[in-house]
Design a protein around this ligand. Sequence first.
Ligand code: SAH
Ligand code: SF4
Ligand code: F3S
Length: 483
Amino acid sequence: MKVLKNWNLPDLKEAGKRTRGAVERVDSFMIPASAVNMGEGKTYWLSTYGCQANERDSETLAGILETLGYQPAQGPESADVILVNTCAIRENAMDKVLGELGSFKRIYSQRPDVIIGVAGCMAQEDEFVKRVLAHYPWVRLLFGTHNIQDLPSLLVETMDTDDRVVHIYSRQGEVYENLPVRRFGKHKAWVNIMYGCDKFCTYCIVPYTRGKQRSRTMEDILKEIRELKAAGYREVTLLGQNVNAYGKDLDQDLTFASLLEETARTGIDRIRFMTSHPWDFTQEMIDVIARYDNIMPYIHLPLQSGDTDVLRRMGRRYTAEEYKALYDSITARIPGVAVSTDIIVGFPDESDEAFAHTLEMVKACRFDSAFTFIYSPRPGTPAARMEDPVSPQVKKDRLQLLNQVWNEYALEKMKAYEGKTVQVLVDGPSKRNPAVLSGYTETNKLVNFTGEGVKAGDIVPVFIETAKTFSLDGHLVTDTPAD
Ligand code: SAH
Ligand code: SF4
Ligand code: F3S
């Protein structure tokens, strides 16, 4: 493959390096003169994979495109710019992206002027980029997680050349403030509080694709939340790979507990946060969550494994006993709290006994819900180099059994809602049945309900009639005044 001088290709080894140096806060988004209004009369299509960090990045990409004059397209077939914001967390995420990129070949052959671009975490991986460059000639632009703010000049460069444009940086990263944003939700918003991750769990690609942990300042975060509240938003979710470590990389004496408390004091109706790593979960945080009604009693607390030896090899830095003690403390001190988790089965050399420990933990904790995955080796991570004698079939069987077990407890938890009235933040008509409304409880349970005179963004009391594993059915309570 011919590598042109002005391409910047990723390098995972570089991306895994860390220094203690201060992170730069950049607040100077500018559109180059050549890009101003370049999207007038044109449209864009965005496809987003992965976690909420990517969702939020896509809102920035959309914000920048709309600042340039582009409007959302009905579908990729008619779009002038197509961007795929990718996720690298597991192999199957990659397969899906490659499938979608393959389907764009036809669009390119009919409209060779279309700009098809790939961004996000997968673009930070050298192997993926090589593959796209070799086999997907219709992808004309590749950029990564560290330079989404450069989208205007990247588009100009792509339009001005017959060659492909590749600018991916494997660096620790900066913090960019005040980039344009087109929020996809009208009542619920994502708020980044930090970027990157320094935990380096041995199975995980994120510290390489997203760079060093970089916290935003408390002022920047609170300003964004106050603006959202003033604009009518009712819920914010504070985002970070590891929110409990918020502030540790800043010079000031800031903790996530103090940020949560200040966020609660803004008076916004609902506050959520994702993801809290058990390692940095403090008692002070539990106190703050318990003290404020507008901090939702719902915690996502990834377990990954219930076996202390597997946890050690994963680099999680807590034992099974420590996890359980934290879980007990959270459930004892936050009334009505719901706890969900992430679990990986089939980590290299996970024994039957180790897996049995995971099942025991699930039985002991009775999680409200769980996101369960078969371990997927990520090239370049330490776990990908570990010996793994466990067969794929055994891993599949373990996943199935685990899902069966957590589903039973989840249904049990849901059943406890029957006959109760809960507060629901309304999203709008349900996807399946427009006559039914849907929304979420404070504990993050999906509710489908009937009722009149309710609109998206309202917080209303709903009486729960029946519970299923993944949702609750009920009706609006009309004899008490709605919120
Ligand atoms: N920062 C979060 C996790 C983000 S990734 C945390 O530490 O809790 C979301 C989930 O994907 C992880 O919790 C883990 O369960 C899963 N995951 C990450 N890497 C994986 C891999 N290589 N194979 C399978 N699942 C993985
Ligand atoms: Fe990945 Fe671990 Fe960081 Fe979560 S904390 S993003 S699992 S390295
Ligand atoms: Fe995927 Fe990147 Fe998020 S790898 S899970 S999109 S941080």
